[in-house]
Design a protein around this ligand. Structure first.
Ligand code: PGA
Length: 248
């Protein structure tokens, strides 16, 4: 069974209206039929993204639905604007903004209830890897979500495996390192529900670039990428999308 191939750009706290316009122009007429191309731009710019070229999403949502939460964004607001995707649990949110496993699970639940697809980010630190505890760590991150929304809920997410040591460092995981963790994630999901494991897209993130994308995407359990730095360069991002298109 072929799973959905996805390349998602995570612009983080970068970009401008001019850059969005340049991406809109560059990608509108490109022919990448086998890949869903997603752009997670700063929320202010979401409306400016050309929805015929990209699936547009935001980088974070509130677990609350409304009220006294200054600076937050609700899923109802996303729905109001036709935005159907959000990152949840990016390691920068987990490390800098207190998104614990419990908060991440709540955000996944709130998104699913609103019919918004969460890209659930998981991934270990170098310390955890050096201690030989990658699988246990990732399993705990998945378990907290499964406990709240069930395996049926998780199967409506996209999972992104992003080892923290590879994010923004230029040290891409080797295809073999990434594949090993992707296979573990898929097997763990299969132990709960075989069909969900077959269907769920699992993306790799962490210094994906125009040179490393093809070999990563050639791995059997890697269904595309979540791309930070290289997603700010139109030509590089297009090359990465084309690499996923070959696989699709
Ligand atoms: P990077 O970021 O591609 O710049 O390593 C990936 C991410 O944080 O999603």
């Amino acid at each position: 069974m072929s799973r959905q191939q996805i390349v998602a750009g995570n612009w983080k706290l970068n970009g401008s209206k001019a850059l969005i316009n340049a991406f809109n122009e560059h990608f509108t007429h490109t022919d990448i039929p086998n890949v869903s191309i997603m752009l997670f731009v700063p929320a202010l710019y979401a409306e400016a993204v050309d929805k015929s070229a990209f699936c547009v999403g935001v980088q974070n949502i509130s677990e609350h639905s409304s009220g006294a939460h200054t600076g937050e964004l609700s899923v109802a607001m996303l729905n109001d604007l036709g935005i159907k995707y959000t990152l949840v649990g990016h390691s920068e949110r987990r490390q800098m903004y207190g998104d614990s496993n419990a908060v991440v699970a709540k955000k996944v639940s709130v998104a699913l209830d609103a019919d918004i697809t969460p890209i659930l980010c998981v991934g270990e630190s170098l310390e955890t890897r050096d201690a030989g505890q990658v699988n246990e760590f990732i399993q705990a991150q998945l378990d907290s979500v499964i406990e709240l929304v069930g395996i049926a809920g998780l199967s409506r997410c996209v999972v992104a495996y992003e080892p923290i040591w590879a994010i923004g460092t230029g040290h891409t995981a080797t295809p073999e390192q990434a594949q090993a963790v992707h296979a573990f994630i898929r097997q763990y999901i299969a132990s709960k529900d075989a069909m969900s494991a077959q269907q769920i897209s699992i993306l790799y993130g962490g210094s994906v670039n125009a040179q490393t994308a093809s070999d990563l995407f050639a791995q059997p359990d890697i269904d595309g990428g979540l791309v930070g730095g290289a997603s700010l360069q139109q030509a590089d991002f297009l090359t990465i999308c084309q690499a996923a298109n070959q696989r699709g």
